[in-house]
Design a protein around this ligand. Structure first.
Ligand SMILES: [Zn+2]
Ligand SMILES: [Zn+2]
Length: 360
């Protein structure tokens, strides 16, 4: 562990024109008005979050055994993976959660829809949970640290498993946050006055900039529709391309269900694997790691030690060999005039955070 200060999130600089967001220092733990999820509700949430995607994977395995896999299936799987991973990493993570760049309203809406299609929660919920992660990384209050309080090999394996598969069960606000946002839309002042110190309040306090945008909030509240769109789109392409119902079913399974499982597990592995496995070239006060395999799978998010050192940076790769495909997309958007206020740390700032043993 280093003693160097880690940047709070989002570390909006005054030069970027983005208003700094203050993160509450209270923990994600249960508030005075919170009750933990009941056993039946935990089972239901677990079924939705892990059971259904896994059933989707099983459907893909069954189809593979029965009929093999065709070029169109691979194209829909890869195409939908790239689209929804872009929605999560470029949209939910770098734009909504960290405000590392600003963009046009249509592109902002598109990123919200693509990210929602991944089925990992709405943009506002995802951003709130992620901002809490950065405010309390690997300390009490981090919603999904795999290392907090874990000593010894067995405890660390348990931590990895919990951060990968189960952490959201200890956050009852997550399944309730959509209804909280509905009440917020109806009466922002009264909902904040009534619900003191609940987990929903704590999440909401991390995203004042997003809550102020009513058009965004309206799109956000159609989350279920966007998840269904993520399943209907590959089914429609598969059906239209082959002119058969069987083609539609194959599109649904490969581009919808199997893709859903893969994108979810890869994204959650950023919470678990990249806080345990990889290198730590930059000074941070957490356990974040750079992991090249995860960087390829997430289109750039796997340089997680770089990201925790500079969470406000639009780019995650700081060396020529650190591949960051979505960073290149941001560069392209900026060149086209569709992205601006693109925030980048100076080479001096990166050098100052580089651990002596990691310097070239
Ligand atoms: Zn992290
Ligand atoms: Zn982040």
């Amino acid at each position: 562990m280093s003693s160097a200060p880690s940047s709070p999130l989002p570390s909006a600089s005054s030069a970027s024109g983005v208003t700094a967001v203050s993160i509450p220092t209270s923990a994600m733990g249960l508030g005075a008005t919170d009750a933990p999820l009941s056993g039946a509700r935990r089972a239901l949430v677990l079924l939705v979050m892990q059971g259904l995607p896994f059933l989707g994977l099983c459907a893909g395995a069954w189809l593979f055994v029965q009929e093999g896999i065709r070029a169109l299936d691979v194209a829909l799987l890869v195409g939908m993976y790239l689209l929804t991973m872009t929605g999560i990493e470029l949209g939910f993570h770098r734009h909504f959660a960290h405000r590392t760049f600003e963009t046009t309203r249509p592109l902002r809406a598109l990123l919200l829809v693509l990210g929602s299609m991944a089925g990992q929660g709405s943009a506002l919920l995802w951003s709130g949970v992620h901002r809490l992660h950065h405010a309390h990384t690997d300390m009490p209050g981090d919603p999904h640290s795999p290392t907090l309080g874990r000593r010894g090999a067995w405890q660390r394996v348990r931590g990895l498993f919990w951060a990968q598969f189960l952490w959201y069960l200890d956050a009852p606000a997550i399944p309730r946050f959509g209804r909280f946002l509905e009440r917020h839309r109806a009466s922002p002042a009264s909902v904040h006055a009534q619900e003191e110190d609940s987990q929903e309040q704590r999440l909401a306090r991390t995203i004042p900039d997003l809550l102020r945008d009513d058009a965004l909030l309206r799109l956000n509240q159609r989350y279920g529709l966007w998840v269904l769109l993520g399943l209907a789109l590959p089914a429609a392409v598969g059906g239209l391309a082959t002119g058969t119902w069987g083609g539609a079913l194959r599109g649904l399974v490969w581009g919808g269900f199997v893709r859903y499982f893969l994108v979810q597990q890869v994204t959650f592995a950023i919470n678990s694997v990249t806080h345990m496995v990889g290198t730590r070239p930059l000074e941070t006060r957490d356990d974040s790691r750079n992991n090249g395999v995860m960087a390829v799978l997430t289109l750039g998010a796997g340089w997680h030690n770089n990201h925790h050192a500079f969470p406000g940076s639009a780019f995650t790769g700081f060396r020529w060999w650190q591949v960051d495909p979505l960073g290149q997309v941001i560069r392209l958007l900026a060149r086209l005039g569709w992205a601006w206020d693109v925030r980048v740390p100076s080479p001096e700032a990166i050098a100052a955070r580089t651990r002596r043993s990691a310097a070239p």
